[in-house]
Design a protein around this ligand. Structure first.
Ligand code: UDX
Ligand code: UDX
Length: 464
């Protein structure tokens, strides 16, 4: 089966970059990315490629190259579905905020709507691919809906979870550790569909890195991979608190532990807590699935990863208040970095939101600088928590375009995202323009404690 037309529903952080790279690597395949959000599509089509809605190093160059050639962005979802041989579903699946499973289960409302639309519009056989991270066995529900029209159109459902990390999406897509494809390996049609997708990736990924499994293994592998990664961060963060009590340095501990080849060096960086759209959501999902099978111990085991992460964020903020003589009321605090990690404009579940919220409850005055996040986004993140009125958020939080301006006249600075440009700041100048004593709280272990002490900051870093 030769694929000529690909459609992707959802032009977000996953759908956008993934389709851009497929279009670049497979110039003969027409790739159309659709989204119900008109403004988002408009930005993807902006003549100035620097305005595309997702910031990722290297992405705008690829969009520049492929857009209009074989990469298209559109709001005409039905037309794109109708034309496609292969449809990726990459819509968001946030944690439910209502009803059964509230705060735990994934909200599959959007996935179901997509399936219904595909069923309604399709006049020819199609391969439908779950790109969004989904709870195990969602494919069965998708299949039910797709097959329900009884109009003879045949669908093959594959699971192809995305392992890209934001900030390195382009590199991760070009050179993945592995590509995972789950399908119905017991049927000829299933194997054919899997081959069609393998062939797309094989245009640039070595065959031995393309794994094929059954659908359920594929779905569960994605949740498990994220749970294991998040668990490493929570594990080292748990040790960071112990380091602060004992005088050990968590970086030294992480280095010594990580050099054990059985453990490995990655994902052992202590921080103010992990964020991002996936870790928390996927673990909550795993916990919810375990509970629904009555596997209490399994659920509790994984839930602890989240509990530790919440603790780390709260602990960091509480520590700021305690260090500043137990009050931050009316004190000016500069937050450097709002994104959940560097090199992305994504703020979902970012630790900065929670730290800021805690400080606002203590009536601090906050100034925020982030190189890629807009003021509008920062206010909407705070409003979403619902801790105080939207007006109160705007009154207490000022967003500025320059880190020096954020820190001028401030009592304290909290570094919450590890943007490279923060390393390069003239910290002497920053210090000179602050109120004294000037406090520096490094939530990312970005700065060398020595140099900071040389300048004169009261300095705190996670895990010493
Ligand atoms: C999403 C999921 O969060 C993640 O679990 C999954 O692995 C990949 O898809 P992401 O791309 O980061 O990740 O989400 P987001 O940036 O919110 O993009 C989703 C897009 O889908 C949005 O632009 C939204 O407008 C669009 N959408 C949503 C539709 O086009 N149709 C819908 O019915 C619902
Ligand atoms: C993650 C997975 O890495 C990716 O494979 C999956 O497809 C989606 O979820 P992402 O959320 O983009 O990707 O970012 P990631 O690099 O995993 O970082 C997640 C969070 O953990 C960030 O807030 C990061 O700052 C934090 N982190 C990471 C640490 O605090 N310490 C570390 O050592 C590593």
């Amino acid at each position: 089966m030769k694929i000529k037309n690909i459609c992707c529903i959802g032009a977000g952080y996953v759908g956008g970059p993934t389709m851009a790279v497929i279009a670049q690597k497979c110039p003969k395949v027409k790739v159309t990315v659709v989204d119900i959000n008109e403004q988002r599509i408009q930005l993807w089509n902006d003549p100035d490629v620097n305005n595309i809605p997702v910031y990722e190093p290297g992405l705008s160059e690829i969009v520049e190259e492929a857009r209009g050639r074989n990469l298209f962005f559109s709001t005409d979802v039905e037309k794109a579905i109708d034309e496609a041989d292969m449809i990726f579903i990459s819509v968001n699946t946030p944690t439910k905020t209502y009803g059964i499973g509230k705060g735990m289960a994934a909200d599959l409302k959007w996935i179901e709507l997509c399936a219904r639309q595909i069923a309604e519009v399709s006049k020819s056989d199609k391969i439908v691919i779950e790109k969004s991270t989904l709870p195990v066995r969602t494919a069965a529900a998708l299949k039910d809906i797709l097959d329900s029209t009884g109009n003879g159109v045949k669908f093959q459902i594959l699971s192809n979870p995305e392992f890209l990390a934001e900030g390195t999406a382009v590199e991760d897509l070009r050179n993945p550790d592995r590509v995972l494809i789950g399908g119905d390996i017991d049927s000829e049609e299933g194997r054919e569909a899997m081959d069609a997708l393998v062939n797309i990736y094989a245009s640039w990924v070595p065959k031995e890195k393309i794994l094929t499994t059954n659908v359920w293994s594929s779905e569960l592998s994605k949740l498990t991979a994220n749970a294991f990664l998040a668990q490493r961060v929570s594990s080292i963060n748990a040790i960071s608190e112990l380091c602060e009590k004992t005088g050990a340095d968590v970086n030294e501990v992480a280095k010594a532990v990580g050099m054990d080849s059985r453990v490995g060096p990655k994902f052992l960086k202590a921080s103010v807590g992990f964020g991002g759209s996936c870790f928390q959501k996927d673990i909550l999902n795993l916990v919810y699935i375990a509970r629904s099978f009555n596997l209490q111990e399994v659920a509790d085991y994984w839930e602890q990863v989240i509990i530790m992460n919440d603790h780390q964020k709260r602990r960091f903020a509480a520590n700021m208040v305690r260090t500043m003589y137990n009050t931050v009321a009316d004190k000016k605090i500069a937050i450097l970095g709002w994104a959940f990690k560097k090199d992305t404009n994504d703020t979902r579940e970012s630790a900065a939101i929670y730290v800021a919220d805690y400080l606002l409850n203590e009536q601090a005055e906050i100034l925020v600088y982030d190189p890629k996040v807009t003021a509008e986004q920062i206010y909407s993140d705070l409003d979403y928590l619902g801790s105080r009125s939207n007006d109160a958020n705007r009154q207490a939080v000022t967003v500025v375009n320059d880190p020096l301006q954020a820190c001028k006249g401030a009592h304290a600075i909290a570094v919450l995202t590890e943007w490279d440009e923060f390393r390069q700041l003239d910290w002497q100048e920053v210090y000179d323009n602050m109120l004294k004593p000037a406090f520096l709280f490094d939530g990312r272990r970005l700065l060398r404690p020595d140099t900071k002490r040389e300048i004169g900051f009261e300095f705190y870093a996670i895990g010493n």
